[in-house]
Write a new protein. Structure first.
Length: 276
């Protein structure tokens, strides 16, 4: 990160991918070649993207630290800033302040079986860790990915799904909420499909991210399957502004999402005030 934590690095958009009707993925390169070469981060950390004259907002870095040609961010269009981001094209300039926040405990997860449960844009925070584990496959046990969306059109990272589903060393399960012509994978809500898959909690960590309602029922499903609170990880995004623990906009009780998060165990979440 820049020596001044409030000063963004200038970066260039090198590729824009239309994931869904309202989600785009941006691949960017920091203009200073040495800073780009030296840039390091851990899976789960986030960055602030700036549209000059409009503002900045927080997005997870969903590329993997093992793949250093670019930094990748996926953006859902929901307001003024994200709408302006969606107007940007390859070659346009953007500001980036990163890395920020904590990360997934990649060392503690070594030797564990991993169950990823993602819904919609919630696949973005999971993608960085999932890709990292694929690139360090021998360090981890069985890996299961359950990813779902409302419809096939709402699935992100479609270009990567064939690789994920064809790998023999990963159990990838895709699902959509309702039947769709030509769809040959699972049909059903993510928590129900999770119960159907029935992963064992023994030596296993579950990592989930998605819409709040999905998270609510996925946590219930994981508890029904026997997962301990300490072995369930998720990520929060809550009104992050400064990203360095100064402004206080993202606090939940005594915790600051930008500093203590965005990665939390379910045990940690249960200790926080009910203001999420």
């Amino acid at each position: 990160m820049n020596a001044n934590p409030y000063l963004p690095d200038m970066a260039t958009i090198v590729e824009v991918i239309q994931e869904t009707h309202n989600i785009k993925t941006f691949r960017i390169v920091i203009n200073n070649e040495q800073r780009m070469k030296d840039f390091t981060f851990r899976p789960g950390q986030v960055g602030q993207l700036s549209v000059f004259g409009v503002g900045e907002s927080t997005f997870v870095i969903n590329s993997s630290p093992t793949r250093k040609d670019y930094l990748q961010f996926s953006v859902m269009r929901v307001g003024e800033l994200t709408s302006r981001l969606h107007q940007l094209q390859p070659g346009d300039q953007i500001g980036v302040r990163a890395p920020l926040g904590n990360s997934f405990p990649i060392e503690d997860l070594k030797g564990k079986n991993i169950v990823f449960v993602g819904g919609g844009i919630g696949m973005a925070p999971l993608r960085t860790l999932f890709t990292y584990m694929l690139d360090n496959r021998k360090d981890y046990g069985d890996i299961t990915l359950l990813y779902g969306a409302r419809s096939p059109a709402d699935l992100t990272y479609k270009a990567e799904l064939p690789e994920w589903t064809s790998r023999k060393d990963v159990n990838t399960v895709l699902t959509i909420d309702n039947p769709s012509d030509g769809w040959e994978q699972k049909v059903g809500l993510i928590p129900n499909v999770l119960l159907e898959i029935n992963p064992s909690p023994k030596n296993t960590v579950a990592i989930t991210c998605g819409p709040p309602i999905m998270i609510k029922f996925t946590l219930q499903a994981l508890k029904k399957l026997g997962f301990e609170d300490e072995n369930i990880l998720t990520t929060l995004e809550k009104r992050m502004k400064c990203g360095v623990g100064i402004c206080g906009r993202c606090n939940i009780g005594t915790k600051y999402v930008c500093m203590d998060g965005p990665v939390f165990t379910y045990a940690q979440l249960k200790e926080l005030p009910s203001e999420l």
